[in-house]
Design a binder for this molecule. Structure first.
Ligand SMILES: Cc1cc2nc3c(=O)[nH]c(=O)nc-3n(C[C@H](O)[C@H](O)[C@H](O)COP(=O)(O)OP(=O)(O)OC[C@H]3O[C@@H](n4cnc5c(N)ncnc54)[C@H](O)[C@@H]3O)c2cc1C
Length: 359
């Protein structure tokens, strides 16, 4: 009798879109033995390349429902994938812990309640005098910050992760096509994906991981709607001998803004949620308005890099969209937030869906 892996080898799967979700699906499915082709005309210009890579899973305050289940599963799966991917890049890692801070009394009370009710040893309240935030208070010249620390959450460098996945795809000889898919249709029990150059690619299964453009390919088959959400981030150079950014925790969040201390005098700050496709001009103000009084070194900081990414948000249903559209056609997209965090859990869902379909 043929092994499951031998049967999978005969199944050709086309993945449309090569952001973090497409690439992670390719990894999961190729490790299961499937024959995978991944197609994207602009894989380096997507929202995944803009991501800061914060993995905010365990600190998610609603501990029930689909969103929590996906987070929980991803947190459990990440260590396995990190160990696996370290074979291709031994520097790839998740930097822990992650700190979430607020200057708002009401928000802090909510955090306190959440930690009190969940009794999770990986989460702890940070009071104003906590040693973990002493240097943040000092640098940001405020005594009003409080929050929580999560020893299970952290950050993975998204660029490094994407490059590692590229290396894996190359070494495993996964077919990667630099093409745009303009049409998909079913014929004789096979899916045909047509490229802009009118080339037909046949497969048994198609997975749509192409964000906003997914709806164009399935217009006649579903009523899914996605809207664009733009997010921005920037790197700020500071020139102040008094402030050493390396004395701060590596990554933290103050009232919704993610902050990464990149070097002694370089800070990354992101991200925003803008319902548009064009970045607005006042990025610096928007990204640095998390404190009532900005410290001088931040006001005088110079933007050395600025970037943005356009994500897709499901309109009228929760994010992300993971669904079978038709036999052999799956959609896994609409990650307007947390695509990096959720990639392992969502790829697992897709793999299970395919295994069920084939069994
Ligand atoms: C500034 C910023 C900071 C962020 N920070 C974080 C963070 O800290 N943690 C976190 O978890 N998430 C973060 N995110 C969110 C995260 O980046 C997204 O959720 C994630 O990248 C979505 O990945 P994706 O693969 O679904 O989409 P994308 O990366 O956008 O990839 C979709 C791909 O589909 C391709 N495509 C489109 N149409 C076609 C077609 N017709 N044929 C073939 N290919 C096609 C595109 O070229 C593109 O490469 C951040 C986002 C931004 C913008």
């Amino acid at each position: 009798m043929k092994s499951l892996k031998e049967n999978f080898q005969k199944t050709h799967i086309v993945i449309i879109g090569s952001g973090i979700i497409g690439k992670f699906n390719a990894l999961e499915l190729s490790e299961l033995g499937f024959c995978v082709t991944i197609i994207d005309p602009a894989q380096h210009k997507n929202s995944s390349n803009a991501a800061l890579g914060l993995l905010m899973g365990n600190m998610y305050q609603k501990r029930r429902g689909r969103s929590w289940d996906l987070r929980k599963q991803s947190i459990e799966l990440w260590p396995h994938w990190i160990t696996f991917l370290q074979k291709f890049n031994n520097k790839l890692n998740i930097e822990k812990p992650l700190i979430q801070l607020t200057t708002n009394e009401e928000k802090f009370r909510k955090l306190e309640k959440f930690i009190y009710e969940n009794n999770d040893i990986n989460l702890r309240i940070l009071e104003k005098d906590s040693i973990f935030i002493k240097n943040i208070q000092k640098a940001f010249q405020t005594k009003n910050m409080r929050g929580m620390i999560s020893f299970k959450d952290g950050r993975i460098n998204a660029t490094s992760l994407l490059k590692t996945l590229d290396k894996y795809l190359k070494l495993e000889k996964i077919n990667c096509l630099n093409e745009e898919i303009t049409k998909i249709r079913k014929s004789n029990n096979q899916w045909i994906s047509t490229t802009k150059n009118n080339e037909d690619i046949k497969s048994d299964i198609v997975i749509l991981c192409n964000s906003l453009k997914a709806v164009d390919l399935i217009e006649s088959m579903s009523h899914i709607k996605l809207k664009p959400v733009l997010g921005q981030a920037m790197e700020v150079d500071i020139d102040d001998a008094e402030v050493d950014l390396l004395s701060l925790p590596k990554q933290f969040n103050i009232d919704g803004k993610n902050i990464i201390a990149k070097s002694k005098n370089k800070l990354i700050i992101g991200s925003t949620d803008e319902y548009s496709t064009k970045p607005e001009e006042n990025t610096f103000e928007k990204l640095t308005n998390f404190l009532e009084n900005k410290p001088n070194w931040l006001s005088k900081g110079k933007i050395s890099k600025k970037w943005y990414g356009i994500r897709s948000k499901p309109d009228g249903e929760p994010s992300p969209i993971m669904r079978k559209i038709e036999d052999g056609l799956i959609i896994c997209t609409g990650f307007y937030k947390n695509g990096i965090l959720l990639a392992p859990a969502c790829s697992k869902w897709v793999a299970n869906e395919i295994k069920n379909y084939l069994s």
